[in-house]
Design a protein around this ligand. Sequence first.
Ligand code: XMP
Length: 305
Amino acid sequence: MVNTEKFIAKAIDEIKKKSDGKKVVMALSGGVDSSVCAELARRAIGDNLIPIYVDTGLMRKGETKKIQEVFAGLNLITVDAGAEYLEALKGVVDPEQKRKIIGEKFIRIFEREAKKTGAEYLLQGTIYPDIIESEGGIKSHHNVGGLPYNIEFKGLIEPLVDLYKDEVREVAAALNMPQEIVQRMPFPGPGLAVRVIGELTEEKVRVCREANAIAEEEIVPKFNPWQCFAAVIGRGTGVKGDNRLHGYIVAVRAVSSRDAMTAEVVEVPWDVLHTIATRITAEIPEVSRVVYDITPKPPATIEYE
Ligand code: XMP
């Protein structure tokens, strides 16, 4: 990072100049990138900023509520789209198709809502690695600049496009944003959908959400990883009480990284893994088995799909 204070002043100035007194709309995910963007824009243009938060139903436990609390002072629009997403994803098993549907749905919903605001400019929290990975064609990330929005925006404002994630966090800290945002782990645009292998169902998403919460509770405070989560990766036979259970297999993953382009597995001690397995199988009746993923990136990606 060159100079955080200088960057902030420049970004605020850029947002002010580019938006030219007009309304600016943005998609707020609650992630550090879009949150920093929202804060910079709030300082630059105040009420002319209209953040839209799409609740896909694929968010983590308590996330929507938290986002609404943190951004309570802004003109935040929340769209409750969970049912719409599940319907659109019915029967879809191919990972890229899932991503595509989620990305497109997001665009349609965002377009629909953004149109209502009458905003002329679009603010996006695109960062440098988003562009690199997208150009490399590794996976189709859905939050990359140049989304095919069908609205005639006068212009696109992307103040973070030269920054890496750790630099965005430095900016967040310098902006005095809450710790839960500064230190928030990256969370993929398609949400828990890339942590459920194959077709999404309400049940699998619920199991995934509960398991994610347990993995985070046990690992984040102790090891502060780049990312840690749980994924529903299939089904396996188990025994619970007196019954055989063809339950879900949950994979727990914790990695360290600088920019998500490569990642190392966090060496979580056995007793912590044991606690996680015990908690997940005890607290989520549908789970019969828990595994810990020991694959770095490459060859694996961080997410499962
Ligand atoms: P992978 O799984 O490709 O993930 O190693 C690299 C980083 O990107 C996040 N990720 C996404 N972020 N939209 C996003 O905004 C996506 O479609 C997406 N897919 C992966 C992932 O959580 C990790 O931090």
